[in-house]
Ligand binder design. Sequence first.
Ligand code: NAP
Length: 228
Amino acid sequence: MAEEKTVLLLGGSGGIGSALADGLRAAGWKVAAPGRAELDLEKPASIEAFFAKNPAGFYAVVQCAGFNNPKPFEALTRADVSRTMEINVMGFFDVLRRAVPLMKQNGGGGRILAVSSIYGSFSRAGRLAYSMSKHALNGMVKTLALELAPHGITVNSLAPGFVATEMTTRNNPPEVVKELESHIPVGRLARPEEIAATALFLLGPAASYINGAVITADGGYSAGGFQK
Ligand SMILES: NC(=O)c1ccc[n+]([C@@H]2O[C@H](COP(=O)([O-])OP(=O)(O)OC[C@H]3O[C@@H](n4cnc5c(N)ncnc54)[C@H](OP(=O)(O)O)[C@@H]3O)[C@@H](O)[C@H]2O)c1
């Protein structure tokens, strides 16, 4: 990379996020990866405080934070849905409300990337709140892609299938993981580094013509309609 690029990475402590932070640093990026104590997506005041401390903004913003607490519809409360929406969508919206004007002001283009999910286009029983949030995230991405392209800022979603992180193991017991793997053509969960590599590509100069896209990285899981 000719010049150092700065990136605000949300969820940098997570399974995918920490692999992405490592990959970005190795590629020469300057990474700001605030922990929840510094930037809590459920607390607009903490987002304000973070940008007050970082007035220059960032070349790129990546949403890699996420929350998924599966429940059947009857057990799901309004608070469950709200929390999922706050972390996965609305907090990111608040971050972009602060980050985008600074990107435009800097005038050098930029990148916005949301780590969405295949459940931004499909769903699974018990994932109402999560799927709803990821569909909303993809809608936000597509609209922003239209509005920000004239400023040289591209906006995309990355839609992983199942990744070997705590989120997956927490929500799927080992026998369920085994069953899921039997439906994935590649035959296994993704390694976080594989998702990070796709994100790195989308953040880099080679992806300059990809805008408003949902890039799937699911080992072929959705290609055959989730069938074996
Ligand atoms: N794992 C998968 O199979 C999979 C598949 C498709 C899409 N995804 C998406 O990929 C992204 C990363 O997933 P992952 O598997 O790496 O998850 P993970 O290991 O559970 O990490 C989640 C991250 O989100 C952060 N976070 C949660 N609530 C937050 C809040 N209120 N404010 C700020 N940060 C918050 C966590 O911070 P703390 O460390 O403070 O908890 C952590 O860094 C998520 O958007 C997820 O939906 C994952």
